[in-house]
Design a protein around this ligand. Structure first.
Ligand code: APR
Length: 277
């Protein structure tokens, strides 16, 4: 059953009025309230309202301004380590200066209402953790966990990254054990996902009864295949995204709107009158 639920009026709608938000489809509220195992799967869109650009949004997306091949592959780091390291330090500074938004907080609250919960993210920022979420499964690594490209030992990166409005060239530090370059703690295109995180995400998608997919274009594999795993396992799949995505066809329900508006509303309408479990 594929249902595009009535869109929730959003900021994109000129006569949007927060006091007149369209109630969320009661079937979504029902299925979420009855859920025992929930997976929330997030992408860059969940951090967009914190001022962190997504990757593929027209004009604003990072890959609109920067060339992924120049910056997000092991070959790019080999070719020009200072350019790549500088770019990731610039991104780390942006994340540090950002704050979790109502979407991050709603997800942390949702976790307290369901017996079994897993949060799987493609994001390399720590905004979920700063909003109070625990045991976040980072499929694409974390900006705050750089490591040696050779011996893979973690590198204790200075808390405060260099602050600059533009991404500048910065030579990566060297590993104190083997002297090799320290690389950003993220998964680059062409690299394998961290095994444990992938197995945990796949297992959670296989056994959930509700799979909530928030702020991702569902274009990057293998992460995007988690939705299919959940669909094949018979889960109800719910998408929150203001724009059409590659997963529209796999969703039981789609809520068209910004996560920072839709998720707090969803949590409030689902559990407003229910005590925390
Ligand atoms: N609320 C919800 N969704 C939003 C919002 C918002 N406020 N703003 C934008 N979006 C949606 C866009 O419509 C888009 O579908 O977020 C999605 C962002 O998609 P991408 O930029 O492709 O980001 P993501 O899906 O996370 O990319 C996956 O690709 O570049 C790699 O490793 C990187 O983890 C990343 C992966």
């Amino acid at each position: 059953m594929k249902v595009l639920s009535r869109s929730v009026r959003t900021r994109y709608d000129p006569d949007w009025n927060p006091l007149q938000m369209t109630p969320i489809d009661p079937r979504i509220v029902q299925v979420l309230r009855a859920a025992t195992r929930v997976v929330v799967f997030t992408g860059a869109g969940v951090s967009a309202e914190s001022g962190i650009p997504t990757f593929r949004d027209k004009q604003t997306g990072l890959w609109e301004k920067f060339d992924a091949a120049e910056l997000a592959t092991p070959y790019a780091f080999e070719r020009d380590p200072a350019l790549v390291w500088g770019w990731y330090e610039w991104r780390r500074a942006a994340v540090q200066n950002a704050k979790p938004n109502p979407a991050h907080h709603a997800i942390a609250t949702l976790a307290n209402h369901v017996p079994q919960f897993a949060l799987v993210t493609q994001n390399v920022d720590d905004l979920h953790e700063r909003a109070g979420s625990r045991d976040v499964v980072h499929l694409h690594g974390e900006l705050c966990r750089p490591h040696c490209e050779n011996c893979r030992r973690p590198y204790a990166i200075p808390e405060i990254p260099p602050q600059s409005s533009q991404a500048g060239r910065i030579n990566p530090p060297r590993c104190e054990f083997c002297g090799a370059k320290i690389r950003p703690g993220v998964v680059w295109f062409g690299e394998r996902l961290p095994e444990q995180q992938w197995l945990a995400a796949r297992d959670a998608a296989k056994h959930c009864d509700v799979f909530l997919c928030v702020g991702t274009s569902s274009l990057v594999q293998p992460a995007a295949s988690l939705t299919d795993i959940a669909v094949n396992a018979g889960a109800t799949t719910i998408q929150v995204n203001p724009n059409p995505t590659g997963a529209d066809g796999s969703m039981t329900f789609t809520l068209r709107g910004p996560a920072g508006t839709v998720l707090p509303q969803l949590v409030a309408e689902t559990w407003a009158a229910v005590n925390v479990r």
